[in-house]
Write a protein that binds this ligand. Sequence first.
Ligand code: PLP
Length: 450
Amino acid sequence: MKSIDSTENLQRIDAAHHIHPFTDGKQLAEIGTRIITSADGVFLKDSEGNTLLDGMAGLWCVAIGYGRKELADVAAQQMLELPYYNTFFQTSHVPAIQLSKRLAELAPGDLNHVFFSGSGSEANDTNLRLVRHYWAAKGKPNKQIIISRWNAYHGSTVAAASLGGMKSMHKQGALPIFGIEHINQPDWWSEGGDMTPEEFGLARARELEAKILEVGEENVAAFIAEPIQGAGGVIIPPDSYWPEVQRILNKYEILFIADEVICGFGRTGEWFATQVYNLKPDVMTIAKGLSSGYAPIGGSLISDEVAEVIKNAGDFNHGYTYSAHPVSAAVALENLRILDEEGIVDRVSDTLSSYFAKKWASLSEHPMVGSANSKGLVASLVLTPNKESRAKFASEAGTVGLICRERCFSNNLVMRHVGDRMIVSPPLIITESEIDLLIERAWKSIDEAY
Ligand code: PLP
């Protein structure tokens, strides 16, 4: 039912009763929220009648774009047929079975098994317990440590936030939990100093080896990483980084958990970014693009070897009421059908990535933009007062980024900022002319933020 309330009234009620994720409550009460009322394709409408180009695909998730009736129909049909059943205690249902099969077909390598959850955070909670349980079942209970990276984002539950490397999150709730170690991220622009990107990529990869040796190979269960760090600011690593990390993982037989919550399902130009970087994960975290955000669902894709050990180790005492929720599973299946049959992933890899890369890189001609990099349809640029020295602004970190984000809103573009980095991740169905519009509005907003 459509609300007839005024924006002002809705904002007042929202501020009074709704605690928002990752939001300063005081600021929210002062400025008010932007209320999104409907959406179609790559465009959002707000309660003031503005039409905004959604450069973030919601929260990196609406791969097929807004307004696809097929997904609504599938959800309605599934709700009438079987709105809920679980997959605990020797039961299953058709959407769960079909989606497991489809994911095994799409996943690279031998990731032929899936454990479902309701979100990416839950999936990473599962992964933490899964890899420790795996090693215990193999008679190596000391292998408990999971190595992650500073500034990584793996979700907001206690285990996922611990696995993540956001210090601002660790501060709230006494995190991280036991057995998680962090190494530095491959962010050449901010931390590379005098090294070339290639030297820096190798140096950062080798921190993994140093950490394994420091804590003892016999104590390490897994390494977890996003192929491209998303929420940390779309950190695209130097080319030398991933081959060296994979070499180290092979050498020490450490499990690799690739968190593809953002990168998966076409975002980087292949179905999965581990294919772009030629990586061999043992476990893969999925969510977001799996259902294009039309229904909440996440999962852990698991290799034959790991699954075999877990299946033979008795009960895995773990599960969520909404693991493989039938409505979400049916919606995800329909979303995957659309991504595949409409050639959306192929189009990103064949033509759209290179078109977008050229246009996005053109933003680096702006005097205030340092680097402007992209992979597939995920991209970042760094705002800087001096490109040559890669200087930071004298104002508090993120102030210029925040102003730029606000200018974007005024120019009817949703672009996010992480400190003084601006990031985008538009729906994969974006057209070339919509990309032109995105770039035009981004340039104008950067200009106005200067
Ligand atoms: N992992 C990554 C890489 C993410 O970007 C996110 C969310 O942004 C998550 C995990 C957590 O997913 P969710 O918000 O569905 O719990």
